[in-house]
Design a protein around this ligand. Structure first.
Ligand code: FAD
Length: 394
């Protein structure tokens, strides 16, 4: 058996410092950050990398609103700021483009109330985002028809913090980086079936049992039952999935156009001019990967919002299931009562903007170093209290 450069060998078996379950955006960033920190990492996935919710094409990186600032908003803000450099490093190391651009975002205003709330947020944005980014309210579109101002009778909010990336581009770059790291062992077609925390052992779907230093459960919607079981809770206690459908349109739009977001509809232009449009939010669904008339409605609304899309042919339709934790915030860090077991799940609608920072928190936990500050509302303990119906404060 090949043993990683810095891997420990016990009883003839390589013992990874970190076993990562799940090769979506969460597990791939975690594997990269852990490997860069010198840990030996085994990454397993029952499918192929990106076969879960990360396999779409939207890639919107949008901040929470700047008012009522809290730990979650601060965590996401810092992550969105850092991601630009993180992507630049990844691109220069691998020569692979991630399709990242900080294009900002437009939000049409449809009521006077919304307009005055947006004006109130301008100062909050200045305070909480600092001088580098701004939020303004105006009566003009950024570019003719982007968006249609008939859909914005009270003007538009324009903020400059939002960005977008190409999910397949980012995943490709992460994989290219991992491919040349001697301390990474990627096993596709292999799932984590059970974790025995007391013994630091996990049983894999190929029948093998891996002894690990730590295990990180980063398996998207599939992480919740594993985390719950390790914490001694019922399988469905800590979270579940919310299905989303999206479409990719052949619009030949300008790639410097800002994201447009209105009433649950996102429109964003990728580097090649293709326009991604999303998304439904479905708690009840029979088939997690099929698309239907709910997506047709989203596309129709996007065409009205941005007339440039009026006749753009649909290139792809796609659906996936977002991991949503019981307490709504991401679920990160030690699993109570399960030594060596770490959660990294529940990124819900913002995973692409925060996964690299979530990974830093997990690596700090494994290495015993100081990582980014993590809000209490991200902890498994917090989510478990929510599951038990207790009142908790973030
Ligand atoms: C339509 C749609 C649009 C979206 N748009 C955006 C957006 O614009 N911006 C944004 O930030 N987010 C967006 N999201 C959300 C984002 O895609 C998810 O939050 C993110 O992909 C979750 O990443 P993950 O790595 O946690 O999970 P996943 O990508 O689901 O990866 C989990 C992996 O774990 C594997 N796995 C499952 N069980 C096991 C097991 N037992 N052992 C080992 N591995 C296992 C799976 O095969 C999978 O590959 C969108 C989601 C959807 C559906």
């Amino acid at each position: 058996m090949g043993v990683a450069d810095n891997g420990v060998v016990r009883g003839g078996q390589a013992v990874p410092d970190l076993l990562v379950a799940g090769a979506g955006v969460a597990g791939l960033w975690l594997t990269l950050k852990a490997a860069r920190a010198g840990l030996s990492v085994m990454l397993v996935d029952p499918g192929t990398p990106g076969c879960g919710a990360s396999g779409g094409f939207l890639g919107a990186l949008m901040p929470h609103s700047p008012e009522r600032w809290n730990g979650k908003k601060d965590f996401q803000f810092r992550a969105l700021v850092d991601l630009e450099d993180e992507v630049a490093r990844l691109e220069s190391e691998t020569g692979t483009r991630c399709g990242y651009r900080r294009v900002g975002r437009i939000l049409p205003l449809t009521s006077e109330r919304g307009r005055s709330a947006a004006i109130d947020q301008i100062a909050e944005a200045r305070t909480n985002w600092g001088a580098g980014f701004s939020q303004e309210v105006s009566h003009a579109p950024v570019r003719s028809g982007w968006p249609d101002m008939l859909r914005a009778p009270h003007g538009v909010v324009h903020e400059t913090l939002s960005a977008r990336l190409s999910p397949p581009g980012l995943l490709g770059a992460l994989l290219a980086s991992l491919a040349v790291m001697p301390n990474v062992d990627l096993r596709v077609g292999t799932a984590v079936m059970d974790v025995t925390p007391g013994e630091h052992k996990a049983r894999l779907s190929d029948g093998s049992v891996v002894t690990y230093g730590h295990i990180a459960l980063a398996s998207g919607v599939g992480a919740f039952p594993l985390i719950a079981r390790a914490a001694g809770l019922p399988a469905g206690a800590l979270g579940g999935g919310v299905k989303g459908q999206a479409a990719l349109l052949d619009a030949e739009a300008s790639p410097d156009l800002p994201l447009v977001y209105h009433d649950g509809v996102y429109v964003l232009v990728h580097d090649n001019g293709h326009v991604a449009v999303g998304s439904t939010s479905e708690r009840d669904y029979d088939d997690p990967v099929s698309t239907d008339t709910q997506l047709d409605e989203i596309v129709a609304r996007a065409r009205k919002l941005c007339p440039v899309l009026k006749h753009a042919p649909v290139l792809r339709r796609w659906a996936g299931v977002r991991p949503r934790a019981i307490g709504r915030d991401p679920m990160l860090g030690p699993v109570p009562g399960a030594p060596g077991v770490l959660a990294m799940a529940g990124g819900f609608k913002i995973s692409f903007g925060i996964a690299h920072r979530m990974a830093d928190c997990v690596v700090a936990e494994v290495t015993g170093t100081k990582g980014p500050e993590m809000p209490h509302s991200f902890s498994v303990e917090y989510h478990a209290a929510k599951a038990a119906g207790k009142t908790v404060t973030g």
